[in-house]
Design a protein around this ligand. Structure first.
Ligand code: GYE
Length: 325
């Protein structure tokens, strides 16, 4: 082999390797000795389970030691977990507040102990300044807007002159419930065809989604044109009830969901759900980056929203990539 040929082969190999590297996420440097305490809400949905898994995987990837506690849907368990993290002197605390109110005392304790707190996924409502450092989570208001915009387009396409909506809402007083509702209501307010017949708290649970839907069907029967459900689990609970009542979901009743987990996307592909607004649970790497910055005394962004899209029967659903949750 000539020298020239060896050089050109080596060059080709280097180029191939560098291109192969392009598609991969760069591995972060492993940290040593950082302890992060995370209080997770529970395991109510595929979203939540995916979020827990992502935080565990990313902590591992960054070499951050994780103390993760599952509060089983109870605020008092989250408060107790945060108190344990303070007693344990973790470096940083992160938590997804189940509801917005009632955190001032425990967060003041964290502040007095000099431990920075990151809000993950959901926000809090407080009059006190400086209890938390930042929020890493979805723009729920925008999700509500996108859900309503889809419904308006669908009503146009079907030439409907009025649309009666029933709403299965997420956990009362939680940020996604409040903002998904506000974004949706503000957007349909401009369209005189739209009426919300009733909204009920389905607590983001499949069983509650089924109960709410049974009640709606008994109360409003064939008046219902559309279901707006704040998460996939409640939607998946509602669909069999609609079928039992002999309506065809996706045809007789327009179904709109939020999250975009694999199971809901499969049902979208079958045509029983019309639209799923994405809410990504993959907040782990942004969380770990923020933990490192706080540990190093660097400034952090007050608000980090991931990019999200809409999946619907307006598109070729066969092109939707596997969702991973
Ligand atoms: O939509 C739902 C859940 O806070 C964004 O919580 C999250 C919501 C999500 O369990 O499925």
């Amino acid at each position: 082999m000539t020298k020239k040929k060896i050089w050109s082969m080596a060059l080709a190999l280097m180029l191939t390797l560098s291109f192969m590297g392009c598609g991969k996420e760069a591995e972060p440097a492993k940290e040593d000795g950082i302890l992060l305490g995370v209080s997770q809400i529970g395991s109510e949905s595929a979203w939540r389970i995916g979020n827990t898994r992502d935080i565990e995987e990313q902590a591992d990837r960054y070499g951050i030691n994780l103390m993760m506690e599952n509060a089983n849907q109870k605020q008092e368990n989250q408060i107790a977990a945060i108190r344990r993290f303070i007693a344990y002197k973790v470096d940083v605390i992160a938590f997804s507040p189940i509801v917005e109110e009632g955190w001032d005392n425990v967060l003041k304790e964290a502040k007095d102990a000099g431990i920075p707190v990151i809000l993950v996924d959901r926000d809090i409502n407080t009059a006190k300044e400086g209890l938390t450092t930042c929020l890493i989570g979805a723009d729920f208001y925008k999700e509500g807007v996108m859900a309503a915009e889809y419904l308006i387009r669908k009503a146009d396409a079907l030439e409907m002159d009025h649309v009666n909506i029933v709403e299965i809402a997420g956990t009362e007083n939680s940020t996604p419930m409040r903002q998904r509702q506000a974004g949706f209501y503000d957007t349909i307010a401009n369209d005189p065809r739209m009426t919300v017949l009733e909204s009920i708290d389905g607590d983001f649970l499949k069983s509650r989604g089924a109960e709410c839907m049974r009640y709606f069907l008994e109360t409003y029967g064939d008046q219902i044109d559309a279901v707006y459900s704040h998460n996939d689990e409640m939607t998946l609970g509602a669909l069999p009830e609609i079928e039992k009542a002999e309506f065809v979901p996706g045809q007789d009743i327009i179904i709109i969901s939020i999250d975009g987990g694999q199971e809901a996307i499969n049902v979208l592909k079958e045509g029983k759900i019309n639209c799923v607004v994405e809410c990504t649970p993959k907040l782990g790497s942004a969380l770990m980056e923020t933990v490192l910055k706080l540990k190093n005394g660097e400034a952090v962004d007050a608000l980090i929203h991931p990019e999200e899209e809409v999946f619907s029967d307006e598109m070729d659903t066969s092109t939707i990539a596997p969702r991973g949750y």
